[in-house]
Design a protein around this ligand. Structure first.
Ligand SMILES: [Zn+2]
Ligand SMILES: [Zn+2]
Length: 253
């Protein structure tokens, strides 16, 4: 019975608020912001983007989105650069695919939400680029072609990457820039940042991760604010002797 009063009280409060603030411009714009929070224009790039390889990437805001354009060419050594390149690394144990980076088009552009939608809805990852690493190269999931990663494990270089064909990409912990630490690995298509196996907030392996390897805590780029982010999950992946970069699902779409 008491519930029947609520609409009346609610309406009264709104009318009172509007009346009280009718001469106050800042209050009315606050009301509009609350109602359209999805359309907020972000005015500053997230501090974590300062970690990205500026040789490869161009990153800018476009309304409420962040656009990341990359040549896809990483700033570290790998056998996939091909003999003669200054970043070529001899890796005799890697069963290389025929492609080399310098003869492939590795360029990718992704557009992500500057403010991920953490509604609890999840979206599976798909083949192809699922994110851009700080090196500028692509991040892929735990699948290769139509199957799991085991069949391609022999072709992965020292930093968990290969050319499959298509763009050069990482499936595993990219040791060139995060090796059992809390460094930023990259950003995924849902706008959520991916960090190494350890968390800045505790200095060790987080124990409160969800199914995607995500949790909410401070990072080295959030100025003391807690923020949802993913970690590379600290579980060895079968034949590779390393850790899957990200197997999903996305939490931020
Ligand atoms: Zn692959
Ligand atoms: Zn963390």
């Amino acid at each position: 019975m008491r519930n029947t009063c609520i609409p009346f009280i609610f309406t009264t409060l709104i009318v009172t608020a509007i009346t009280a603030c009718s001469s106050d411009d800042s209050s009315s714009s606050e009301t509009a912001t609350t109602e359209e929070s999805d359309n907020d224009t972000v005015t500053e790039l997230h501090a974590a983007f300062s970690a990205f390889n500026t040789e490869a990437t161009t990153i800018y805001l476009d309304g409420s989105n962040v656009v990341i354009e990359t040549t896809g060419l990483p700033d570290h050594e790998t056998v996939y650069w091909g003999v003669g390149n200054s970043l070529y690394l001899e890796e005799p144990d890697v069963a290389t695919t025929p492609s080399i980076m310098s003869s492939n088009n590795n360029a990718v552009t992704i557009t992500v939400d500057a403010t991920p939608d953490l509604t609890g809805k999840t979206v599976d990852t798909e083949l192809n680029t699922i994110g851009i690493a700080v090196s500028g190269a692509s991040i892929f999931n735990d699948q290769e072609g139509a199957g799991d990663l085991d069949q391609a494990a022999a072709s992965l270089d020292w930093t968990g990457g290969h050319i499959g064909p298509g763009v050069y990409h990482y499936h595993l912990e990219p040791k060139a820039f995060t090796d059992d630490d809390d460094s930023l690995a990259g950003i995924l298509l849902d706008g959520v940042f991916l960090y190494g196996r350890k968390c800045y907030s505790t200095g060790t392996y987080p124990t409160d991760l969800d199914e995607s390897g995500g949790h909410t805590s401070v990072t080295q780029y959030t100025d003391g604010e807690a923020e949802y982010h993913y970690h590379i999950i600290n579980e060895l992946y079968s034949t590779t002797g390393s850790y899957i970069a990200f197997a999903g699902p996305f939490q931020g779409y």
